[in-house]
Design a protein around this ligand. Structure first.
Ligand SMILES: Cc1cc2nc3c(=O)[nH]c(=O)nc-3n(C[C@H](O)[C@H](O)[C@H](O)COP(=O)(O)O)c2cc1C
Length: 191
């Protein structure tokens, strides 16, 4: 797949096949995040891989899906749930915690997963206290986000934005349509 097609399809996915994510995909996702650029090379981010069926099931009720859609559309059903998660943790005992670093790490992590055909959903709407307790996040560390992972059973594509409406929606086939602002709106100048 050419790089632009890779980036166009590396979208958010929310319904998945019920088979485990290949360990090599999870390892590459963490490796890509580990070596991502970060301010002053301070490397304050740490990761928890959730891959056992028991722990994945325990995480499911602690994440919230697709705020723009009614639950019957946006929330994966029992046979559609992600089969792995990676928790992204900021170690605040180290100097230099940065949300920019988290963004870069998330970009690399989800891209490395997608290179294995593993779709993802970055999740910031999560029950942090319950997840920290469940996952054993060490004291002094902040759970930034969870990344849900699995082999998608739907497509997700960029569509033209209409009337400035940023809300994603499902088409007749149940595929995600994600409106993005047109180039002429985001490219302020070419000087
Ligand atoms: C920082 C961040 C937090 C997000 N949190 C959630 C979330 O809690 N639940 C969810 O279903 N999607 C979540 N998403 C996914 C966004 O809804 C999604 O990225 C957006 O609709 C654009 O779709 P795209 O990723 O396919 O471009 C989050 C994405 C980001 C970058």
């Amino acid at each position: 797949m050419d790089m632009m097609e890779f980036l166009r399809t590396r979208r958010t996915y929310r319904r998945f096949e019920q088979r485990p994510v290949e360990p090599a995909a999870l390892a590459d996702a963490v490796e890509a995040a580990r070596i991502a650029s970060c301010g002053a090379n301070r490397q304050t981010l740490k990761y928890i891989v959730v891959q056992s069926a028991e722990m994945v099931a325990a995480v499911q009720p602690l994440v919230r899906w697709a705020a723009y859609l009614p639950p019957e559309q946006g929330c994966p059903k029992q046979d559609e749930v992600p089969t792995a998660f990676i928790a992204v943790v900021q170690d605040e005992r180290l100097p230099g915690a940065s949300d920019t670093d988290v963004g870069l790490a998330l970009g690399s992590l989800t891209a490395a997963a997608w290179a294995h055909g593993v779709g993802s959903c970055i999740m910031g709407s999560i029950d942090r206290p319950a997840l920290c307790a469940l996952l054993g996040v060490p004291g002094g560390c902040r759970l930034h986000s969870m990344v849900a992972l699995g082999y998608p059973t739907h497509e997700s594509r960029v569509v033209p934005m209409e009337n400035g409406d940023v809300k994603y929606f499902l088409d007749e086939a149940g595929d995600y349509c994600v409106p993005k602002r047109p180039t002429e709106e985001v490219l302020l100048a070419t000087l």
